[in-house]
Design a binder for this molecule. Sequence first.
Ligand SMILES: [Zn+2]
Ligand SMILES: [Zn+2]
Ligand SMILES: [Zn+2]
Length: 386
Amino acid sequence: MERSTVGDYGANYGTVNPDYGSPAPAMAAAPAANMYGPSAPPPNMFDTVPGYEGTLAGGGGGFLPPPMPSVPMPAPEQPPSPDWHIPSISEDRAREAFAAYVSSKCCYSSAPVKDGVLTNMESFNTYRYRLETFTESRSTEWSQEPYTGQPVDAGLQPAPGPWQIAAQPPAFFQEQKQTIKVPFTSSVKNCHLCLGRGRSPCTNCAGAGNKVCWVCNGSGNRSGEDRCSHCNGRGRENCTSCSGSGSSQCTTCHGKRQLLVFINLNVKWSIEKDDFVAQDSSGLKVEKLQEVSGKELFKDSQYMVYPVRGFPDVSVAQASERLIREHQGKYAQTSRILQQRQTIELIPITKVNYRWKGKPNFYYVYGNEFKVNADDYPATCCCSVM
Ligand SMILES: [Zn+2]
Ligand SMILES: [Zn+2]
Ligand SMILES: [Zn+2]
């Protein structure tokens, strides 16, 4: 089991991400827009940190590719070929499922269920192959928060590389996110939005502290005669947003005048999943099978799985090989693969043929849940004569 996220990967510390090539013109997610100041922080606000050169404010950069491991990863183990056993369902089971389905539909008469004569059952079992790859990906962004005396450590030591920082991974196949302040990147800067004043002009009154009285519309009079009682004839009223002061606390520094500026490392654990359903000739739409589970015939979970071999349905073995190749090609570039899991489910599909009022009909029973599909049910009207 290869679970550590730190350790033997340090050699390529500071790998430059090709996706970070061109610097963005401005922050992707600027702090609260302020019509009086520059909304994007000036470039000199961010120090140059070796190993983090391409980091942008507000994210938007690509994911950092993990460095090549300096120790060889364990080779995938090929599991022994299981003994593939394929079950089938009974007539009673099919009839029961059909009856439950019909009684769940208010407009379906139960006559075909009671009086229908079952002629034959055809089995069209199919397989669902599923590959899941559990990955860890890392990206960095410049961040800021009001400075309230946090430790300031930029430049005290070289910052550890993005993949050298310890993160606490969740259990395998549990999606999670973690944000970590990169050590030795925190510095204090004057707030660029309020220029270190801690307050910015009130946006509601444009800094005046008052605005046109909404009752008299600035005339001071009401209906052309009486003095406006709302503004006592001033024609203006105090701004309620800033209580008449004309300025409000800076929303970026929360009035602290200074910002702690640092790099955040965003670590994300995710499950990348792909399914393949083998073609069958039952006539039941493949999408229907997404609603049901099957009987698990095979499950294999390890650091890197090996394509399934010797499976009776060749298309499943081919899908396994293709999806494993795709996943390893796709996800090893931008993330670290922590674990893979592959399963094969048998999804039972039974086509039940019956006659009702002399006419042939059929329905499907499928999945572990014995779900029924009867699109051409012959008695679907509430008013039909029983
Ligand atoms: Zn008024
Ligand atoms: Zn105001
Ligand atoms: Zn500020």
